[in-house]
Design a protein around this ligand. Sequence first.
Ligand code: F2R
Ligand code: MG
Ligand code: MG
Ligand code: MG
Length: 306
Amino acid sequence: MLGLLLGTALGDALGASFEGSQAVPARTLDAAERADETLVHTDDTALTLVLAEHLAARDPAGLDEDVLADEFAAVWQKEPWRGYGPGAAQVFELTGGGMSWQQAAVSLFGGAGSYGNGGAMRVAPVAAVGNGPHHVAELGRRTAAITHAHEHGQHGAEVQALAAYLALERESAPRVLDIDQFRHDLTRVVRCRAWHEKLDRMSELVRTGADPQHAAHALGNDITALGSVPMAVMSFVSNPDEPIAAIRYAIGAGGDTDTIAAMAGALAGARNGAATLPERLVARLEVGDHAREVARQLATAGNTGA
Ligand code: F2R
Ligand code: MG
Ligand code: MG
Ligand code: MG
């Protein structure tokens, strides 16, 4: 679990300064890694840690959406400058003013609800407490629904939650990731044609060894769930055993770099563990001690190993 949390934070904080940019050359990333500055995280990590703490404070797999909605709103209120999506910020503002999260989420975008990637970017900790793929997907969907009423915002969280679960589950399995099996396990649970098509395309791109720009062109690398979660999974399955390579792949094409790298980092960190993350980069994380404390709380609660 510590690997999942620190992988999230590292991807987010390394990717943050490139969010919204065009392709990021390897030498630019090398320089960012060599620097000494503190690695400052954004909304992706802030909300992931809120969710992890929420789960740690309850019985395994206990989830209280009303409480979680207030906890999300509280962390946004404390540090609104951490680059939140406008829709999410509006939900937090409305719930802070007394509106239910159900009403607030459905009020966004003319009543369509958000299909942004904010539900997916924060969802990975549910992988540690769900008992089985369907349960993990359900927990993922419920945590996303607090801010993302649109089906694609929720499917994104289902896919990322499940991918994290499969990555964690495979920690003690044979060290070769079977990409077709991984895609099959994701599509078996998430029943939506648009997502199946994207994940099928992803498998094909992995087979051909596509570079980040080619992959992003085919899969998307924007702030929507459908336009970013497949690219994050692609970054992971193309580099399953080396978290920093998965993170670099995710950032390489530009776009929503903090979020795609946070999700890829969560998956690769979950599979490989915290010890496989570059020590020097982890030491620069602003949120390192807090992430370690939350991982400890989850382990103490009996939900997961460290
Ligand atoms: N907000 C950002 N980045 C912007 C710049 C940040 C900059 N670095 C700074 O510090 O100022 N990043 C964060 O937002 C993304 C997660 O967004 P979330 O939580 O899903 O928010 P939202 O607003 O609900 O959705 C994102 C956008 O998607 C479009 N959209 C969603 N649903 C829509 C719909 N039904 N119709 C039309 N458009 C829809 C909108 O443009 C939303 O604003 C992450 O990248 C996180 O890092
Ligand atoms: Mg962010
Ligand atoms: Mg309330
Ligand atoms: Mg982002």
